[in-house]
Every structure is written in structure tokens, then in C-alpha cells.
Design a protein around this ligand. Structure first.
Ligand SMILES: *[C@@H]1O[C@H](CO)[C@@H](O)[C@H](O)[C@H]1NC(C)=O
Ligand SMILES: *[C@@H]1O[C@H](CO)[C@@H](O)[C@H](O)[C@H]1NC(C)=O
Length: 447
């Protein structure tokens, strides 16, 4: 793979916007050939009997197609200027690879004012930086970033893309990020949590697509308390606060967000499979109440079967930036403002090899010419079997670790021209956010 661009992700977030180039200080990622990037190790690492390392920082490199490969890679806690400032240095002996450091990301607080509300526009670095080069020279560097305003930052370049032509980072089971409800046990923690950042945190990191699994429990008194985000049959979080996090983000940015009600595991259907209308209607009313002013209605912005949907510019001009897709066609046909079922490319396998074989084929043949939705999502995670869960074999964190680096590599190569949404677990373990921004810019440049 020849990844040879002069990566300048930092767009000047100044009053002059794109009319002036970024200064050296604003360049957060740079390389003449190849790339380095920072990820976070999703499983915990056991260092000693009672000592575990959580969120270890990983350093990744890919110098395929470059004239030469750097001899070393290092972790820094600031912009890399000199090897003397490195916290740790590792020898590089392969064209591509990664090392897991023994430093934890730590609290991972959102920088530049984004912890609870709008902060500084443009990409911003968390503390870990990576650099590669040889003894004297630093050839490539990058940092672990948030991308809170990437669509706006890249807007002058990508706004003419249709939504189906974007590359977008998404999260699988987006609400399954902290388990603080009634019951908790090892198996639930190992097999329920798919993410470790809140919805707000995911948005600030650059995630723009959420796969929501919504359930309904009629034993709660208040109607709005009855809707939950589930992982299959397990209640994880109440829905309304999550919608409010999305609302808060839309209120303070110009970003476009895709929300997908993709599965209704409990309470939405009769035993014979017929939808319970009142439960669906109740959900739609809550979504309209919480997100109403931002909703881009499908009957207003849809572009028809087999097309790629509206351009970003159309949505931004109308200031309608939340697209809500719904898995049940019978409900969509009665509520034409809903976006139709968004195909999930889902391998339903616990084998990484089978996952990639499936996704290689499925992405290459998507979208279907008769697709009702302009979007499709590659579900780039493995699925544990019932036996894995019963016998506590592995965990979703281990599963994510087994595929996330390959997802990054695939998106940079085989999936580069066709992929639309890439949904993953523990997304800090891959580089899909930054790569998808680059790929969207690249696609727009060919329009
Ligand atoms: C962490 O790694 C560095 C080298 O990268 C090493 O010098 C140090 O001893 C390690 N610390 C622990 C606690 O393992
Ligand atoms: C993932 O990538 C590594 C390194 O390139 C490779 O050895 C491995 O076979 C890949 N795994 C899958 C399932 O493709």
C-alpha cells in the first residue's frame, strides 16, 4: 500500500478560516511518506498479580511503498521536537506494525474546552504524540486527536459530496458505554460494553454514526423512562439522556449526525411479529421532541432509490443535520420523514478471518443499485457466540483488539474507494476517524 500524502489534518480554525494555511503549530500530523498514529489498547494488560494497565497507549506505523522505513518510533507527551524528549523509544524492524507502550492514556479528558460543551474548533490533541525517524531526525509525527468539527473544518472541500459518498466513522451499539444499571456481573461487563466513551465523547472524537438498539419496558411509570438502549436483552442506559447529548452537540456545531434505530430487541413487537404501533409512535414522538429542530426529514431531503442522498451542503444550508433511519419498513411507510432501513454489512461471525473475507466482498458490492437508503454500514466487529458468553471466553475488548488494527489497514487500502460508514467497537483502538476524514477529502477532490 502506498500511502503517500503530506498529511495536514489541521485546518486553520481561525476567523479567516480556510483562506490562510495552517502554521507549523497547527499541524498535528505530518509525514512525507507513510504514516504514524496513536491508538488505545482496548483490553486491560496484567502487569503483575494485582497490577493492571488500562488504556495502554499504542504506537502504529505504516511505511509501505516508501523509499525507506524509519529505524525507531517513540512516544511523546508534547509535539515531538527531539528524541531527547521521548518518554519511550522502540526499534522499528518492519514496514508496518505497532507497539503497545506501558503508559496509560489516563482519564482521557476531552481537551480544548470540549469536556462538557463547545470548545475550540478544529482537531485538538490529547497528550500522547508519536514520532518516527532515525537517531537524528524525526520524519513523521502525529497525536491522538479529537475531531469535534471535522465536517465544518473540511467543509470547503467535502460539502459537495453526497452523504452516501462520504467515509464516516461509526460505533456499533453506541450506547453500551458504561454499565451502571441495576445488575452488573463479569459476563455483562465482558460482553455488554462495546464502547468506553459517552455519546458526547464519541461525537467530540469525530464519530458521526450511531447504531442504537432500543428496547421498551412498560413497567416504568413515565413513558419516557420506558425507552432504553440495550445490548440484545440487557438494559444498558435510558434513551432520553443520550438523545440530549446528541442534541447538545448539534446545537453547538455545524456537524451532520446519522442516528440509526437498527434493532428493537424488547417490547416493540407482538409475539406474532406485528409491530406494537403505540410503542413505535411513542419513540418517534420522543425523537421529535428531543431532536426536532435538527431533523432532516427523508421526505424533504431524500433523493430516491439507488441514489446517494443529499449533499452535505444541502443539509447545512437548510441547517437540518440529524438523519434518523429506522429499521422497520412498515413504520417508515407511515412516517415518511424517517430514513429507510440502513443496510448493515454484518458477518455474524466470531472469526476475524471470516469477518474480513465477508466485508471485503460486501463492501465491494455495496451499495446495492436498488438500495432504499443512501447509506450503508460495515459492521467491523466480530460477534461472540452464546457459548463464548456462557463460558466467559474472551471479551468484547479482546474481540475488538483482534480486529481494530486490521480495520484501519483495510480502510486505507481495499475499502478505500467504496466504504461508507465503518462501525466498530472501542473505536480508539483504530484510526477510522482520521482515515475517513482523509478519504472523504480525497473522494471530494475527484468530483
Ligand atoms: C515502561 O517502559 C519503559 C521503556 O519503554 C521502561 O524503561 C520502564 O521500566 C517500563 N516500566 C514498567 C513499570 O514496566
Ligand atoms: C491482521 O493484520 C496482521 C498484520 O498485517 C496479519 O498478520 C493478520 O493476518 C491480519 N488478520 C486478519 C484476520 O486479516
Amino acid at each position: 500500500m502506498a500511502v503517500s500524502w503530506y498529511a495536514v489534518l489541521a485546518l486553520a480554525a481561525t476567523a479567516l478560516g480556510a483562506t490562510i494555511g495552517p502554521t507549523e503549530k497547527q499541524i498535528l500530523e505530518k509525514s512525507a511518506c507513510g504514516r504514524v498514529w496513536v491508538t488505545v489498547h482496548s483490553p486491560e494488560i496484567r502487569l503483575a498479580a494485582s497490577v493492571t494497565l488500562l488504556d495502554a497507549v499504542e504506537l502504529n506505523w505504516d511505511f509501505n511503498g516508501c523509499f525507506s522505513t524509519p529505524t525507531q518510533i517513540g512516544l511523546f507527551d508534547d509535539r515531538p521536537q527531539s528524541w531527547n524528549n521521548a518518554l519511550a523509544v522502540f526499534r522499528v524492524t518492519s514496514v508496518e506494525g505497532h507497539v503497545i507502550t506501558n503508559m496509560s492514556l489516563g482519564a482521557g479528558t476531552l481537551p480544548a474546552g470540549w469536556a462538557t460543551g463547545a470548545g475550540t474548533k478544529g482537531p485538538q490533541c490529547l497528550w500522547p504524540w508519536v514520532a518516527a525517524g532515525d537517531n537524528n531526525e524525526i520524519r513523521a509525527f502525529n497525536c491522538l486527536k479529537i475531531q469535534p468539527t471535522w465536517m465544518e473544518d473540511a467543509g470547503p472541500k467535502i460539502n459537495n459530496l453526497r452523504i452516501g459518498d462520504l467515509a464516516i466513522a461509526g460505533t456499533h451499539n453506541a450506547g453500551a458505554w458504561k454499565f451502571d444499571t441495576e445488575v452488573s456481573s463479569v459476563s455483562r461487563d465482558s460482553f455488554v460494553l462495546c464502547q468506553d466513551r459517552s455519546i458526547w465523547g464519541q461525537l467530540v472524537h469525530g464519530i458521526r454514526y450511531f447504531d442504537f438498539r432500543i428496547a421498551y419496558y412498560d413497567f416504568y411509570d413515565k413513558e419516557e423512562d420506558r425507552y432504553w438502549l440495550n445490548h440484545n436483552l440487557i438494559r444498558v442506559r435510558p434513551l432520553v439522556p443520550l438523545l440530549r447529548e446528541i442534541r447538545a452537540f448539534l446545537d453547538v456545531t455545524r456537524e451532520v449526525v446519522f442516528l440509526d434505530a437498527h434493532h428493537f430487541p424488547v417490547g416493540f413487537y407482538q409475539p406474532d411479529g406485528a409491530p406494537i404501533r403505540s410503542v413505535h409512535t411513542g419513540l418517534l414522538q420522543i425523537v421529535q421532541r428531543e431532536l426536532g429542530p435538527h431533523l432532516a426529514l427523508a421526505n424533504q431531503f431524500g433523493t430516491g432509490i439507488g441514489t446517494r442522498g443529499p449533499t452535505l451542503q444541502t443539509l447545512i444550508n437548510a441547517n437540518k443535520r440529524l438523519l434518523f433511519s429506522y429499521v422497520d419498513n412498515s413504520i417508515v411507510s407511515q412516517n415518511p420523514w424517517l430514513w429507510p432501513i440502513l443496510p448493515h454489512l454484518w458477518a455474524n461471525t466470531n472469526s476475524p478471518t471470516e469477518l474480513f473475507q465477508y466485508l471485503d466482498r460486501a463492501i465491494a458490492s455495496s451499495p446495492s443499485p436498488s438500495a432504499r437508503s443512501p447509506l450503508f454500514s460495515a459492521m467491523a466487529q466480530t460477534t461472540p457466540t452464546v457459548l463464548d458468553i456462557l463460558f466467559l471466553r474472551g471479551s468484547l475488548r479482546d474481540n475488538a483488539d483482534a480486529v481494530n488494527r486490521n480495520v484501519t489497514a483495510r480502510l486505507a487500502t481495499r475499502w478505500r474507494t467504496q466504504a461508507n460508514i465503518i462501525s466498530t467497537d472501542f473505536f480508539l483502538g483504530n484510526d477510522v476517524v482520521d482515515l475517513s476524514i482523509m478519504i472523504s477529502v480525497e473522494r471530494a477532490s475527484r468530483l
